[in-house]
Design a protein around this ligand. Structure first.
Ligand code: AGP
Length: 588
């Protein structure tokens, strides 16, 4: 059976406490997947720990050591059990490998290994890797060369970390899945993401595709294809340790919702000259596509409205997974704006690859520095939101909205004014959090047993309805759907009966029409919740957000984010780790 992974990996070499450091790092990577976890420690021999389920506690015997690797898994196929958890071992149990990605030709490789007497204990594709390494070590190659020769046989996307009993080194490699190395004081790390080792060092080396990294008494990088050493730049991250800790907050979700005023401000602090240049590229293009997935796609839909309403430029929002149908219309006069928090979402990376082949210009809007997307782009705008740990996108969404608005304002020569409007939105976001938090908590108690919640909005509040519904669904597991205000009565109004909650986003531009749509559902017994600048009597509950002109779409989503958070708590769910989800979707 095929097993795909979208996971977190970490490797550490230092003077001691390896098990503890890897375990703590895994907890910070758990947002990438939490079906099962495991650690391999290279102490007297190779000690292996593998557990199904979320990361539990670390047995005392695994706290020490000076070298090891760890893994937290998100599986799409194959059982969540101890034997499929990582690390996966070679037949001689001397090599352990953790892996993020998919080995497309694993059946072929299994056949090859079987014909040489190897057997397999798991359903994973990963298990071929340690066994191929064992095979090449037996040919007399060094550990690094045996790993390299193995990588040359693999088809597909991966990031791996491998240890060999008694070798004193860790070998990592990337091809399409993220991997970053960290340089501490006599301590060396590799991980899927920087927060894994952030308490220890902020000096990092971003690996590129088809590179191998060797952790010994230093960090060395080599080409998978030639085996030659590559000199890499050491960069210093400006994220703080506090950003990857919950601090006084019960969950990352609430912390990140609260960080939005700051994130919006930071997103708006872009170099005006660069913005002008990028806006110019968009302005001159024959056709412009804003592409993303999930929440990032909803920000793209907002860009459609913002560009047309603010700058009079028509742009198209497209889901990355559905972009194929537009490929034919791309040329060197096209622009693809790729929007992503992680910069690693596979559907988006594939879109960008295809668009590059057609010579379209690629502009990316990204949060994670060193991720794949900026490296594939002609121009990149960093969102500067800091690490977003909760699986749900909250602060990265409002930061994306800020960047979209800023670009639209820059395009029509109103960049400075746009920046002021977004700053005002950041203030209003702070006010909205303060004011709506207690009301959202109370409302969640009332709504926690409901089956469905509907959200409606017109104009630029339509994408807010889509995003609000996604937030409620993914964290509370209550069915929620977002509609353009007038659409409910084209079918879904059949589901409205006494007590069904409907959230209506009231905007100044569409006040009359959305009021009519709200009245239509109220007439059928809906429990009506309003979000807007002007309170109206028709609502059973109302969240007031302060006015901030064209940027009103920023604070307006906050009451729904808070409601979604408290719905999860009411339903005794973990808001940071909703079931079946992972932060970065690196499989198709
Ligand atoms: C939303 O809360 C989710 N985390 C998800 O929809 C996310 O926005 C999507 O997977 C895209 O991720 P990206 O922004 O990292 O590309």
């Amino acid at each position: 059976m095929l097993v795909l992974w979208m996971c977190g990996i970490i490797g550490f070499k230092g003077k001691g406490n390896a098990g503890k450091i890897i375990f703590e790092g895994l907890k910070r990577l758990e947002y990438r997947g939490y079906d099962s976890w495991g650690i391999a420690l290279n102490s007297a021999g190779l000690e292996i720990l593998r557990k199904p389920g979320k990361i539990g506690s670390l047995p005392a015997a695994f706290e020490g050591g000076s070298l090891g690797i760890g893994h937290t898994r998100w599986a799409t196929h194959g059982g969540v059990n101890e034997k499929n958890a990582h690390p996966q071992l070679s037949n001689n149990r001397k090599i352990a490998v953790v892996h993020n990605g998919i080995i497309e030709n694993f059946l072929e490789l299994k056949k090859f290994l079987s014909s040489h007497g190897f057997s397999f204990a798991s359903e994973t594709d990963t298990e071929v890797i340690p066994n191929l390494i064992q095979f090449h070590l037996a040919e007399g190659l060094s550990f690094r060369e045996a790993v390299r020769k193995t990588l040359l046989q693999l088809d597909g996307y991966y990031a791996i970390a491998a240890v060999l009993e008694g070798s004193g080194t860790i070998i990592g490699a990337r091809n399409g899945s993220p991997l970053v190395a960290g340089l501490g004081r006599n301590e060396f790390f590799i991980a899927s993401d920087i927060p894994a080792f952030m308490p220890h060092t902020r000096k990092v080396v971003f690996l590129d595709d088809r590179e191998i990294v060797e952790l010994d008494d230093s960090i060395k990088v080599f080409s998978v294809d030639s085996g030659l050493e590559i000199k890499k730049k050491v960069q210093r991250m400006h994220w703080s340790i506090e950003q990857v800790k919950k601090g006084n907050f019960a969950h990352f979700m609430l912390k990140e919702i609260s960080e939005q005023p700051d994130a919006i401000e930071k997103a708006a602090m872009q170099d005006p000259a660069r913005l002008k240049k990028i806006a110019g590229i968009i302005g001159k293009a024959d056709n412009v596509f804003f592409v993303g997935c999930g929440t990032s796609y909803h920000a793209c839909v907002s860009a459609e409205y913002a560009f047309s309403e603010i700058a009079g430029k028509s742009v198209k929002a497209v889901l990355a997974s559905e972009f194929a149908r537009h490929i034919k219309s791309l040329s060197e006069k096209s622009v693809v704006v790729a929007v992503s928090q992680s910069g690693e979402t596979i559907d988006l990376l594939e879109t960008v690859r295809a668009a590059k082949e057609k010579k379209a210009k690629i502009v990316s809007v990204v949060n994670v520095a060193g991720s794949s997307l900026p490296r594939m782009s002609d121009e990149t705008i960093m969102m500067n939101s800091g690490p977003e740990i909760c699986v749900l996108s909250t602060k990265s969404y409002t930061a994306q909205l800020a960047v979209m608005l800023l670009l639209a304002f820059s395009l029509c020569g109103r960049a400075a004014e746009g920046r002021c409007i977004i700053r005002k939105a950041a203030e209003k976001a702070a006010e909205t959090i303060r004011k709506s938090l207690p009301a959202a908590k109370k409302l969640a108690k009332k709504l926690s047993k409901k089956q469905d919640i509907f959200l409606i909005g017109r104009g630029n509040a339509f994408p807010s309805a889509l995003e609000g519904a996604l937030k409620i669904k993914e964290v509370s597991y209550i069915h929620a759907e977002g509609f353009a205000g007038a659409e409910l009565k084209h079918g879904t109004i059949a589901l409205i009966e006494k007590g069904v909650p409907v959230i209506a986003f009231m905007t100044s531009e569409s006040e009359k029409q959305i009021t009519s749509n709200a009245m239509e559902v109220k007439a059928r017994g809906a429990f009506l919740i309003g979000i807007g600048e002007k309170k109206s009597e028709i609502f059973d509950e109302f969240f007031e957000i302060g006015g901030c002109d064209e940027a009103a779409l920023i604070p307006r989503i906050i009451p729904v984010q808070l409601l979604a958070y408290y719905l999860a708590l009411e339903r005794r769910l973990d808001p940071d780790k909703p079931r079946n989800l992972a932060k970065s979707v690196t499989v198709k």
